[in-house]
Each structure stands twice: as structure tokens, then as C-alpha cells.
Design a protein around this ligand. Structure first.
Ligand code: 2RA
Length: 335
């Protein structure tokens, strides 16, 4: 299995390489791909050095699967070129997510809709993935009517420039700004750009992607996405109104039995999820599970996960694993 990692030098690309090694992914050849300025540089994978190649060379090598995390414009231009030579692309950008002809996949929820014809597959936004991982089993059992979401997002979701900005501000030094404002000792209610409706793209991703992944446009969703100076992962406060009555202990049990979800919820021991402890882990952590006392059939919960792992790299790799396990990406053959 010849695997390309497109965006191999970026934050998500680096976590992809780490996760591929940790999971002992069944690859026979690794093709690290990056922009022209990185071509020829080396990346290390499982103790071996690999030389970074450019996009056209990678297409010509006809990888079986290409794991993309290189931004929307690169994906829009190059994913079709990889697909044209038989490569199956799993893309982390938002470029294809809402395309009606493309599938938006969280393997534990909807990988079963994938077929051999899917040559460009969209990986959802990190804040969506961690949320639907917890919501999917609840939706199935109690039918979600409305979601009110507040996110507290790691600066790693913005990238290296944001991490550097926080480090500079922490040390009292000047430097390049990733945000309009200081992020140290601050909270910025502005992730991505604003749309006409007064919501940011990040907030509307939570609306649109959730409905697509759960395959239910009747779910009403509203969100506020906030950037905070943490690096371990995204946190989300989610208020969930169900169509049907529920029992909180039943919900806790259902979540604890959900693959990829870990319940951390014990007030006697001050046990609840936090990004500092979610960092570097693949699971989605859920806690502060409690009935909303202000209205019937409604629940509050707190969801935390490492946005670079399950929120991006690991989910992408799990999609690739599913494709291989279900023989949905026949090996390309070098001409
Ligand atoms: C963010 N989810 O956190 C977006 C993109 N990674 O900025």
C-alpha cells in the first residue's frame, strides 16, 4: 500500500506521520509531499528518512491513498489529479465537505456509506468530529431536536504561527500575529472568517457538517466558536434538546460503551475532561453530563479532544484503515 501524506511538514501532517507509525498502518511505501520550498528535505518515519517530493511527482507515483492536510486551494486543485490516476484522497480541508457528491466521514458513525467509487473523501472539521462522536449514539436513541454549542478552541487549530504568537506574548516579545489581537490571557470569539449571517465559518461548520454526518437536516444547531490560549485540544460545552425523554445514567452508560469515547464524569473526585490531559490521545472525552434544569428532555455536556489527532490526523487515518479493511481502494498499478 503506497501512501502519500500531502502537507507532510505541517502540524497535522506531522501528527499523521506519528499516528501512522503508532498504528502500524499497513503501508509498503511512504510518499511525503509538501510545497516546492520543502522538496528535497527529509522527514523521519519509523527510523527511516524519506525525501519530500512535490505534488506532480507524487501524482506520477500513483499512491493508493493520499492523506491531505494542505489547505483548501491545494486540495481543490490536486485532489482531482490524484483521483484521476486512481488514488483515493482523504482530505482534511473544508474544500469538499459540503460538496453533495462527496462523503463526510467519521468512521465510527458513517463509514458504511463509503464505496469504491469514492475517490475524494472529506474529513470533517475537528470541532465537529469530537462533538458528533458523542452525539451520534444519543441521536440514534433519543433523536436530537436542537444543539446549542460553545467551543473553546486550541491555538493549534490555527497552526504554527498561532503557537509562536502565544509563546512570544508569554515571553513579552513582539512577533508575527496569527490573530487580530493578543491571545495570551485572552479569549477571541472569532475562529476563521465571518459570513454574511454574522456567524464565523467555524461556527457554520458545526451547523452544516453535523447535519450532513448525522444525515438529519431537521436538527437545529447554533454555535459560538472561541479561541483560547491552550494547545492540548478543543473543548466544547454542548446543550442538547432531545425529542424524547432520557435517563442521565442511561446516557452515561451508552457513552461509556461507545468506541472512541471515554466518559470522565465524577464530581466526588473532581473528574472531568480537560485539554491538558486529552493532549496526544485519540479518544473523545466527555464529562459534566447533567440534565438542563431549565427545560425538559435537555442535557448539558462537556466534550474535549486533541484537535490534531481524532480531530484531524487520526480520523483521516481511520478512514484509510476502513478503506483497506473493506477493500474499497484497489491498489493502483504503476504504468
Ligand atoms: C480551527 N478547526 O481550529 C479549525 C481548523 N483546524 O482553527
Amino acid at each position: 500500500m503506497r501512501i502519500a501524506v500531502v502537507g507532510a511538514t505541517g502540524m497535522v501532517g506531522n501528527v499523521m506521520l506519528k499516528s501512522l507509525a503508532e498504528r502500524n498502518f499497513p503501508l509498503t511505501e511512504l510518499i511525503p509531499v509538501a510545497s516546492e520550498k520543502s522538496v528535497g528535505k527529509k522527514v523521519e518515519f519509523k527510523g527511516k528518512e524519506y525525501t519530500i517530493v512535490g505534488l506532480q511527482d507524487a501524482v506520477d507515483m500513483q499512491p493508493d491513498i493520499a492523506l491531505f492536510s494542505a489547505g483548501g486551494s491545494t486540495s481543490l486543485e490536486w485532489a482531482p489529479k490524484f483521483a484521476a490516476v486512481g488514488t483515493t484522497v482523504v482530505d482534511n480541508s473544508s474544500a469538499w465537505r459540503m460538496d453533495a457528491t462527496k462523503k463526510l466521514i467519521v468512521p465510527e458513525i458513517n463509514a458504511d456509506i463509503l464505496t469504491k467509487e469514492d475517490k475524494i473523501i472529506a474529513n470533517p472539521n475537528c470541532s465537529t468530529i469530537q462533538m458528533v462522536m458523542a452525539l451520534a449514539p444519543l441521536h440514534k436513541k433519543y433523536q436530537i431536536k436542537r444543539l446549542v454549542i460553545s467551543t473553546y478552541q486550541s491555538i493549534t487549530g490555527t497552526g504554527v504561527k498561532a503557537v509562536q504568537q502565544l509563546e512570544n506574548e508569554y515571553k513579552g516579545e513582539k512577533g508575527e500575529m496569527a490573530y487580530h489581537y493578543p491571545i495570551h490571557k485572552n479569549a477571541i470569539p472569532h475562529c476563521d472568517v465571518f459570513e454574511e449571517n454574522g456567524y464565523t465559518k467555524e461556527e457554520m461548520k458545526l451547523v452544516r457538517e453535523t447535519q450532513k454526518i448525522l444525515n438529519d437536516n431537521t436538527i437545529a444547531v447554533t454555535a459560538t466558536a472561541v479561541r483560547i490560549p491552550v494547545v492540548g485540544g478543543h473543548s466544547e460545552c454542548v446543550n442538547i434538546e432531545f425529542e424524547n425523554e432520557f435517563d442521565v445514567s442511561e446516557i452515561r452508560k451508552l457513552l461509556s460503551e461507545t468506541p472512541g469515547v471515554t466518559v470522565q464524569d465524577n464530581l466526588d473526585t473532581n473528574t472531568y475532561p480537560m485539554p491538558i490531559y486529552a493532549h496526544g490521545k485519540d479518544d473523545v472525552f466527555v464529562g459534566r453530563i447533567r440534565r438542563d434544569l431549565s427545560q425538559p428532555n435537555t442535557l448539558n455536556m462537556w466534550i474535549v479532544s486533541d484537535n490534531l489527532r481524532k480531530g484531524a490526523a487520526t480520523n483521516t487515518i481511520q478512514i484509510a484503515e476502513y478503506l483497506i479493511e473493506h477493500n474499497l481502494c484497489p491498489s493502483t498499478t504503476l504504468s
